[in-house]
Design a protein around this ligand. Structure first.
Ligand code: S3P
Length: 447
């Protein structure tokens, strides 16, 4: 076994347990980054301890944000829009959300900032954020004609207003432009081909921002921010990350007879499309104990696995506008599909090619390495399911992508020879402790 490899043995019996997953990354990034514009003090509870959110915290501290405490609970003192010029290059690590949101924040700060990241992040497209910020008056540059990090920004105060019609439904781009708009003299309007996760809008509204939101023609989505309202920090209690919980739901789905409950998971409707797909595949999945905490819904997700092979999942088409709401979950859903009856076709998912890895290529490679029959499409993939039979298993390269590593470890439970996942440590980006949690579920011990 090479360093950083993990061997996942085939499941020898049902998975059982009640557990929690780390806090939602999207909400956590926003709580930290929005504190750059708000005033007052607030507590953030339930931050995930993964590397991505630690990148946001380190970047914000590098800009002078005061954050007391370490770990999952912090007290923030808002910078009220007066951050300080960082003495160092700001390292966003593996986190696209950190880099794109901070571009929007820094566009309105009248000093020089340089942002960089790891090999993966330095390959990801940043022009979709930088080009509109330049139109608002920020001076921006980067490698590849301003499209790749390292990025250099010299912000302007105040920014101009504007209207931007984007080609992709991206919450990162939308939130970055809203952050710029809060630092503009005129309204900033963002139009995207469809809705995307709305954690930014929810938190900004709670902080006192003036937002107008509406659906547009052909399913498009429009949100505008009017500058001027002072923002006040609010306490944030971060729910569990549905994108992490889905790996456990799929684990329970492919191991017959499993019964698990994941508590306190964020079930914001812009995030739950993957649950609909799992139900359409035939999984017995219920949403229990719903609650609204700080403007974000949360619930317990319970899976009752089938007792027999005959009730294995079935393949379904996954395409159309709903796909924007489950892109992060496709590696996990593809694992469920690999054990289903029939084919599952994922389309309209070309954005997967510019995630932490080219997730169409890496999901296909991961499943093929375990013996599944899979084909790549330009905008998705076709997974031919095993009909509930175990896959042979084998050795997988995590491709420096946390969601590929997590998906491979889950798939290993359903493989005759299990899975060896090389580079599995990358799960620490979003889900430290995942291997231990799997072992606990295997042992049937509640956590
Ligand atoms: C995120 C938005 C999504 C998602 C990413 C987190 C966010 O990306 O894939 O993991 O927190 O705004 P896009 O904005 O690129 O769609």
């Amino acid at each position: 076994m090479t360093a950083g490899s993990r061997v996942v043995a085939p499941a020898s019996g049902p998975l059982r347990g009640r557990l929690r997953v780390p806090g939602d990354k999207s909400i956590a990034h926003r709580a930290l980054i929005f504190a750059g514009l708000g005033q007052g003090r607030a507590r953030v509870r339930g931050l995930p301890d993964g590397a991505d959110v630690r990148s946001s915290l380190a970047v914000m501290r590098g800009l002078g944000l005061q954050a007391e405490g370490e770990g999952t609970d912090l007290v923030l003192r808002g910078a009220a829009g007066r951050l300080s010029e960082p003495a160092q290059v700001l390292d966003c690590g593996n986190s696209g959300t950190t880099m794109r949101l901070c571009c929007g924040l820094l566009a309105g700060q009248p000093f020089l900032s340089v942002l960089t990241g790891d090999d993966s992040l330095r390959r990801r497209p940043m022009g979709r954020v930088l080009a509109p910020l330049a139109q608002l008056g920020a001076r921006v540059d980067g490698r590849g004609e301003g499209s790749l990090a390292p990025l250099v920004l010299r912000g302007r105060r105040p920014l101009a207003g504007g209207r931007f019609v984007g080609a992709v439904a991206s919450a990162q781009v939308k939130t970055a432009l809203l952050l710029a708009g809060l630092q503009a003299a005129e309204p900033v309007e963002v139009v995207q081909p469809g809705p995307s996760r709305d954690h930014g809008e929810r938190l900004l509204r709670a902080m006192g921002a003036a937002l107008d939101e509406a659906g547009g023609p052909e399913g498009s989505h429009r949100v505008a921010v009017r500058p001027g309202a002072p923002l006040e920090l609010v306490d944030v209690d971060v729910p569990g990350d549905l994108s992490s919980a889905v790996f456990l739901l799929v684990a329970a789905a492919i191991v017959p007879g499993s019964s698990i409950a994941v508590e306190g998971v964020g079930v914001n409707p812009t995030r739950t499309a993957a649950l609909d797909v799992l139900r359409a595949m035939g999984l017995s999945l219920s949403v229990q104990d719903p609650a609204l905490v700080g403007g974000e819904p949360r619930a317990t997700l319970r899976v009752e696995g089938g007792a027999r092979r005959e009730v294995a999942l079935r393949g379904v088409p996954v395409q159309g506008p709903a796909v924007a709401g489950l892109l992060d979950e496709i590696p996990a859903l593809a694992v469920a599909a690999a054990f289903a009856h029939g084919a599952t076709v994922f389309r309209d998912a070309a954005e997967l090619r510019v995630k932490e890895s080219d997730r169409i290529a890496t999901t296909v490679a991961m499943l093929r390495a375990l013996g599944a029959s899979v084909e790549a499409l330009p905008d998705g993939l076709v997974v031919h399911g095993s009909g509930g039979a175990p896959l042979p298993g084998g050795r997988v390269d995590a491709a420096h992508d946390h969601r590929i590593a997590l998906a491979a470890m889950v798939a290993g439970l359903g493989c005759a020879a299990g899975a060896q996942v090389d580079g599995a440590d990358v799960v620490d980006v979003s889900f430290p402790g995942f291997p231990l949690l799997l072992e606990q579920l295997r042992a049937g011990r509640p956590t």
